[in-house]
Design a protein around this ligand. Structure first.
Ligand SMILES: NC(=O)c1ccc[n+]([C@@H]2O[C@H](COP(=O)([O-])OP(=O)(O)OC[C@H]3O[C@@H](n4cnc5c(N)ncnc54)[C@H](O)[C@@H]3O)[C@@H](O)[C@H]2O)c1
Length: 365
């Protein structure tokens, strides 16, 4: 198998999960790491046995074909643009950009250069979500009619050592967690037609609860409670709640209700999990998982899938076009709330193809 060389820019908290999971995919190989700060890059380089260097040096390497952008949201489009300008494919952490204007420009640049953009989340490629997809496509719940998508927590300042970015432009619960839920919903139900939203910001500052900055106050610039509706082209209407203002709750992450049954979809921030189905009037029953990548961390499966797509000359699944559509939907919640009206989306996207069932972990095609 021809391995595709991968570089990583951004060696913070999430980079270890990516670099560990990359070892599970035989078609990609980590070749170099970089960060705007020397120490984190050197630490990850040492940990994973690859050279650490400056960003400009990584971008000049001939043995790196895909660069994974794990920087903070406000830096995503600048770093992704530099990657494309260096002639390399990019896979970015979510969101693709902090607003549609910058994300659209990035997509245009990739188009001009004939390069690929991939974007997190790639959790929808996990076995829990692919199993849910297969059940829906096989008609297990009839036609999807409605559902819920709920992420509601007290806030990342409780566990993240440097959570400031979660409360600045580009952060907030919708741009941070919305991508997992809305991307999964698009792969399950198809494209979104319109959005209705209502948002609030109950606290103007937060207090860091852990690490060296414990006790420091951080400003809150964005809405921390976002509620609303996603109206799909298919006619399905999903009620959405993304919040950093909920102490505790008892909802499941995603529920889909159809004309013949209901489906509980596992946490879209994880790859596996339990898929439960109830036919109308019946009881919940756990469904056997039909797809691989269920048990553990596979963050970087989107990179491996892009590498497989490059080799096979076919579209990749965790695509920039999908991320752009999801970003437009996320942005529309705030727009709708500000303007007091339903927002019709301008972008659309085809559902990424289901992965083949019955494969082993690490096997894409
Ligand atoms: N922490 C998590 O659990 C988690 C999970 C999933 C996704 N994410 C996403 O991953 C991204 C990174 O999150 P994190 O928690 O690892 O953040 P982090 O702050 O721990 O790490 C980000 C790293 O990027 C570097 N960086 C920032 N701007 C840069 C630039 N312009 N050039 C080069 N390096 C730059 C920083 O020096 C830092 O080391 C975010 O988009 C976040 O939403 C995080």
């Amino acid at each position: 198998m021809t391995k595709i060389g991968v570089g990583v820019i951004g060696c913070g908290v999430i980079s270890r999960a990516y670099m560990t999971a990359m070892q599970r995919f035989p078609n990609i190989e980590l070749r170099a790491v970089a960060d705007m700060r020397t120490a984190p890059a050197e630490a990850r380089g040492k940990e994973f046995g690859v050279p650490a260097m400056r960003v400009d040096q990584l971008l000049k390497r001939d043995d790196v074909e895909i660069v994974v952008n794990l920087t903070v949201p406000l830096a995503h489009t600048d770093v992704s643009r530099a990657i494309l300008n260096a002639g390399k494919h990019v896979h970015s952490e979510k969101p693709l950009g902090v607003d549609m204007a910058e994300a659209r420009k990035l997509m245009e640049l990739a188009e001009q250069k004939g390069l690929r953009i991939g974007c997190a989340p790639d959790t929808f490629l996990g076995g829990g979500h692919q199993t849910a997809r297969k059940l829906i496509d096989d008609g297990a719940i009839g036609s999807p009619v409605a559902g819920t998508a709920i992420f509601a927590r007290p806030g990342h300042e409780l566990w993240h050592p440097a959570p400031g970015f979660y409360y600045l432009r580009g952060g907030g619960p919708m741009l941070d967690m919305g991508p997992y839920y809305i991307t999964d919903l698009v792969q399950l139900l198809g494209p979104i037609a319109s959005v209705v939203g209502s948002t609030s910001r109950p606290r103007q500052e937060r207090t860091i609860a852990t690490g060296p900055l414990q006790g420091s106050k951080i400003p809150v610039e964005v809405s921390t409670h976002v509620a609303g509706m996603l109206e799909f082209v298919s006619g399905a209407v999903i009620s959405v709640l993304m919040s950093f203002d909920v102490p505790k709750h008892n909802h499941t992450p995603i529920e889909i209700y159809g004309t013949a049954g209901s489906l509980l979809v596992p946490d879209p921030n994880r790859f596996g999990g339990e898929v439960m189905l109830a036919k109308t009037g019946g009881e919940w029953a756990a469904q056997p998982l039909t797809h691989a990548h269920t048990d553990g961390e596979f963050r970087s499966i989107g990179v491996a899938e892009m590498a497989a797509a490059i080799n096979a000359n076919r579209p990749h699944r965790a695509s920039g076009a999908l991320a752009l559509h999801v970003l437009e939907a996320m942005e529309a919640f705030q727009l709708s709330s500000d303007q007091g009206r339903r927002i019709m989306l301008e972008t659309t996207v085809e559902r990424p193809a289901m992965l083949p069932a019955g494969r082993a972990d690490g096997q894409i095609d």
